[in-house]
Design a protein around this ligand. Structure first.
Ligand SMILES: Cc1cc2nc3c(=O)[nH]c(=O)nc-3n(C[C@H](O)[C@H](O)[C@H](O)COP(=O)(O)OP(=O)(O)OC[C@H]3O[C@@H](n4cnc5c(N)ncnc54)[C@H](O)[C@@H]3O)c2cc1C
Length: 346
């Protein structure tokens, strides 16, 4: 495979949570170009993954908005700066180069040569919760999926969908007409919209879908093909469940993962920063939002926004040491208006 072309930029922002997105905006105001990477397929971090429809009441100037609305507004606000968005990929490598810049590489092979790195990794990179069965990973991508599987793979197969949330139930409903589908969760307790739960119940009554309350304890294979799951049922019995395709949609869990391996000073799994520039123990690498720690740290979105502003000034001073960064107001600065692409009547 040809390596992807190297992307040269001022800043790579690791994490597209609310703070990572606002970081792009603050960098843009100072004329710095950014690329954002997130392991999730959509931006928004915890706001989208954990509470998209819950109201937030403590964003300054916004008496109430949902997690989803906040993220939509942050995306709109940063749009003028045309940041590169690299979603569905995890940053695995950050290496200091001889020229003081950094080489950054993702799980998808995207490579950056960047002057600065902003770690806005929150509680870590969100990963699908995997079934802890030894050897099962050998079937990932062919018979075992942690996302909706390709349609052709499931046709006429014995599909076991593991999970209790909207994604799992919707997947089971979607596959029921074309496959033998079993929905499985520890307990018969669903956390999905009433409409999807009703569809599941209707399909069960019509024998187009079965539900099993239990947990997988092992699996069977024949000639390198997954054939069945061993299941411990909630009533204590065990059962062998035919499974030629396994779809696990049991939610996401955050992993600090590679961030902890980049040789940066950590305190209780958080990156230690100075509160002048929010730089970590490695000059040129900044940490903002939930991932950092300093005396008095509060894991709030508004605190992350403040950190992002100061970190952007820190980066600007590092990138252009001969050009002092002056504070300008978005209200009155024509240079900022140009960067924002707005026309303001004088
Ligand atoms: C239920 C709930 C309610 C909340 N309510 C409020 C509230 O009302 N007000 C408030 O201020 N705060 C609230 N918070 C806290 C708030 O959501 C967090 O402070 C905020 O999300 C932190 O933003 P962040 O951008 O630092 O990190 P996150 O939102 O955690 O985003 C980090 C992103 O980085 C990505 N990432 C991590 N590592 C990597 C990697 N190596 N490669 C690629 N991507 C990576 C992750 O996938 C993730 O998307 C709430 C939190 C929860 C759970």
């Amino acid at each position: 495979l040809e390596p992807t072309p190297l992307i040269t930029t001022d800043a790579v922002v690791i994490g597209a949570g609310p703070v990572g997105l606002f970081q792009v905006f603050e960098l843009g105001l100072l004329g710095l170009q950014a690329h954002v990477v997130d392991s999730l397929p959509a931006p928004g971090g915890q706001c989208i993954e954990l509470y998209p429809d819950k109201p937030i009441y403590d964003i300054p100037g916004t008496p109430v908005c949902s997690g989803r609305e906040l993220v939509a507004r942050l995306l709109q606000q940063m749009a003028p700066f045309k940041a590169g968005m690299h979603l569905g990929q995890q940053v695995n490598q950050v290496q200091l180069q001889n020229d003081g810049g950094f080489h950054v590489e993702t799980s998808a092979g995207t490579r950056f040569s960047t002057r600065t790195v902003f770690i806005a990794a929150g509680v870590g990179s969100f990963q699908p919760r995997r079934l802890p069965l030894e050897g099962l990973s050998a079937f990932e991508g062919t018979q075992v999926f942690y996302q909706n599987p390709p349609a052709l793979v499931t046709l006429g197969q014995h599909v076991v969908v593991v999970g209790q949330g909207e994604a799992a139930l919707a997947c089971a409903v979607h596959l029921a007409p074309t496959a033998h589908v079993t929905l499985m969760h520890r307990r018969e307790e669903f956390k999905a919209t009433p409409a999807t739960v009703a569809q599941v119940q209707q399909l069960r009554q019509q024998n187009q879908l079965q539900f099993v309350a239990g947990q997988a304890t092992g699996f069977m294979q024949t000639q390198g093909q997954l054939t069945a799951l061993q299941v411990s049922l909630s009533d204590g019995a065990t059962r062998e469940l035919p499974a030629t395709v396994l779809v696990v949609l049991s939610g996401l869990s955050p992993k600090l993962g590679p961030v902890a391996d980049w040789g940066l000073a950590l305190e209780r799994k958080q990156l230690v920063v100075n509160t002048e520039t929010f730089e970590t123990s490695t000059p040129g690498i900044f940490a903002v939002g939930d991932v950092n720690t300093y005396p008095g740290k509060k894991k709030l979105i508004l605190c992350g926004f403040h950190e992002a502003a100061l970190a952007a000034f820190g980066a600007a001073a590092r990138i252009n040491p001969e050009e002092p960064v002056t504070l300008q107001y978005t209200t009155t600065s024509t240079r900022l208006h140009q960067r924002l692409g707005v026309v303001v009547e004088s």
